[in-house]
Design a protein around this ligand. Structure first.
Ligand code: CDP
Length: 226
């Protein structure tokens, strides 16, 4: 039987992680765990509960109570939190900013870390985020760091928000994701960085199908080497 790998994909906002990780998981028939969706859900629920997104005690206690589950719906992954489908609600760029705020809190990260590791424990999983290769799954079989130029990332996110029916201004999205990347890279706990043993893949100018082809080649190479 072919070995079922544990694959970590990290990178900055709108670098194409989500699309690539989802396509790769589907192709390999692996589970896909979108850890950004978990931080987005905590940010959204903190705001809905009237909490300050930088209040470690309160938001950490909230995160520790939540139970996360991911289910495929055709080609899409849906996230359920305590049985509630939050898939659509977490995608606004404002939810991304709240996610980045709660993601600075060590208590929130500790609460999600246990659940993320439990979701990956059986292998056959693609997990994407900011700290998967460095903190969550340091023993992953394959680590990839996806990046793209800041302008291209802003364009992709603007297009995505418009496709979802929202209005999005390119310059505003550019400054929002730049601010979020800065916060993610400079926070004290589990900052965004490329793991020493991660493979860098620059997706600037590459369509999703080309990114998938490269990832599948990396998976094949890893399987052949083991
Ligand atoms: O989709 P996008 O790349 O914009 O972001 P995301 O992956 O949905 O993550 C939203 C936010 O959650 C990020 O800006 C990070 O602050 C935080 N996050 C994190 O700290 N650690 C992770 N493993 C995943 C996300």
């Amino acid at each position: 039987m072919t070995r079922r790998l544990t694959i970590a994909i990290d990178g900055p906002a709108a670098s194409g992680k989500g699309t690539a990780a989802r396509m790769l998981a589907q192709k390999l028939d692996y589970a896909y765990i979108d850890t950004g969706a978990m931080y987005r859900a905590v940010g959204l629920l903190a705001r809905q509960s009237g909490l300050d997104c930088f209040d470690g005690g309160a938001v950490g206690a909230l995160a520790a109570r939540l139970r996360f589950a991911f289910h495929w719906d055709g080609d899409h992954l849906r996230i359920f939190v305590d049985g509630r489908d939050l898939t659509g609600a977490i995608r606004a760029e404002a939810a991304g900013q709240d996610a980045s705020a709660v993601a600075t809190l060590p208590a929130v990260r500790a609460a999600l870390l246990d659940q993320q590791r439990a979701l990956a424990q059986d292998g056959g999983v693609v997990m994407d985020g900011r700290d998967i290769g460095t903190v969550v799954l340091p023993q992953a079989d394959l680590k990839v760091y996806l990046d793209a130029s800041p302008r291209e990332r802003a364009r992709r996110r603007t297009d995505e928000l418009r496709r979802r029916g929202g209005s999005a201004d390119l310059d505003q999205v550019f400054s929002e994701i730049s601010a979020r990347d800065h916060q993610d890279r400079t926070r004290a706990t589990a900052p965004l960085r490329q793991a020493d043993d991660a493979i860098l893949l620059d997706t600037t100018g590459l369509p999703p199908s080309a990114v998938l082809t490269r990832l599948l080649a990396l998976v094949q190479a890893r399987l052949a080497a083991s």
